[in-house]
Design a protein around this ligand. Structure first.
Ligand code: AN7
Length: 352
């Protein structure tokens, strides 16, 4: 099985999928061996929805989100062109990944994040990896506008997913799924924020079909948070709001890519509420042992809410690790009781 080989000697997405990627012998490969993430069967979830469900746990990448697949490409290509510095706007995960890969490549990295709206773990990462972090008094969409301007006027290398190398790297997630399952799944569930990832997965599935490696492509089901669902409403959202800060985006850059993926695959884009997102996050942690961040749980909350045909093979992308955003869990579960350090007190608290 491919899976066994993957675990034994995984070389990172550029080396593993070189023939599908725009790299040459001259490209310096900046990698922390991202990708090769597990596709975990979800028996409880499968039983609940009457289908076979797998979780692609992207939280197990080097900076704990799917962004590393695209960042290994974006930073390697930036280094190849000898760009001195990179910049991105971010709801958190892109900044963590850019900071890590740029630092490894010896490049300066600046990141613009919305003030007070990025999860604790992501901020800690961006700072730890040595990025120049600016919190802006505005949301992600505004930060991305400024980044575009910096790209044009100041010549900085943009590593948001408007950089086509990001999409190229991220499409490898689809390759891995097909490599492990032996063919494409029937249905692919994914959270949608800036819409780069749904665009990338669709590209990957199409390329594997064209190469004769798979026999079909899946229906692409995208899910957006209720307060940040521009694709569902069909227009940008001025002041997006959701507990899932990673997907608090009102004007997705890859809008057209998402529309193409959804229409060409007979898919759909739908809304899940913050409550549904948090319930799915908790269900995954308590019954499948997989702790993902709220935005990631949007894929599973959508699956639970809208259902799928009986017996379908379904893959849900869990885009980031739960530890990225510990605050939300601490806030949403009951505080653990504090008891005396004494046998009887512990027994009594446990009801024994
Ligand atoms: C965990 O980090 O946009 O639809 O700036 O971090 O490709 O944007 C993050 C997005 C889903 C949405 N899940 O993916 C950023 C950023 C997690 C994320 C998404 C993001 P896209």
């Amino acid at each position: 099985m491919q899976e066994t080989a993957a675990r034994a000697g995984w070389r990172g997405v550029i080396e593993e999928y070189r023939r599908f990627l725009p790299v040459s012998e001259q490209t310096p490969v900046i990698t922390m061996l991202e990708g090769g993430t597990p596709l975990i069967e979800a028996p409880r979830l499968s039983e609940r929805v009457g289908a076979r469900v797998w979780l692609k746990f992207e939280g197990l990448n080097p900076t704990c989100s799917f962004k590393d697949r695209g960042m290994t490409m974006a930073i390697s290509k930036a280094l190849e062109r000898k760009a001195p510095a990179v910049i991105c706007a971010s709801t958190g995960n892109t900044s963590a990944s850019a900071a890590a890969y740029a630092g490894r490549a010896g490049m300066t990295c600046a990141v613009l994040v919305p003030e007070g709206k990025i999860a604790l773990g992501k901020m800690a990462q961006a700072l730890a990896y040595g990025a120049r972090v600016l919190e802006i008094r505005g949301n992600f969409d505004r930060a991305l506008e400024i980044v575009r301007e910096l790209g044009e006027k100041a010549g900085l290398e943009i590593v948001n997913s408007i950089n086509p190398f990001r999409i190229q790297g991220q499409k490898t997630g689809a390759f891995e799924i097909v490599d492990v399952l032996g063919d494409a799944p029937d249905i692919h569930c994914i959270p949608v924020g800036n819409a780069g990832n749904i665009t990338a997965y669709w590209k990957g599935y199409r390329e594997y079909l064209e190469a004769g490696i798979s026999t079909h492509t899946p229906r692409m089901l995208g899910f957006q948070a209720e307060g940040a669902a521009p694709l569902v409403h069909g227009h940008p959202i001025e002041n997006p709001s959701t507990v899932a800060t990673a997907i608090r985006i009102g004007n997705p850059a890859s809008w057209k890519g998402a529309e193409e993926a959804i229409s060409a695959s007979s898919g759909a884009v739908n809304i899940v509420t913050d409550e549904e997102i948090l319930a799915a996050q908790s269900l995954l942690a308590t019954s499948e042992g997989v702790y993902c961040e709220p935005a990631s749980a949007a894929s599973v909350s959508g699956l639970l809410k809208f259902g799928v045909p009986e017996g379908s093979k379904v893959v849900c992308i869990l885009t980031g690790h739960g530890l990225k955003d510990p605050d939300i869990t601490i806030k949403s579960v009951p505080k653990p009781p504090v008891v005396d350090a004494d046998y009887a007190a512990v027994c009594s608290a446990l009801g024994l």
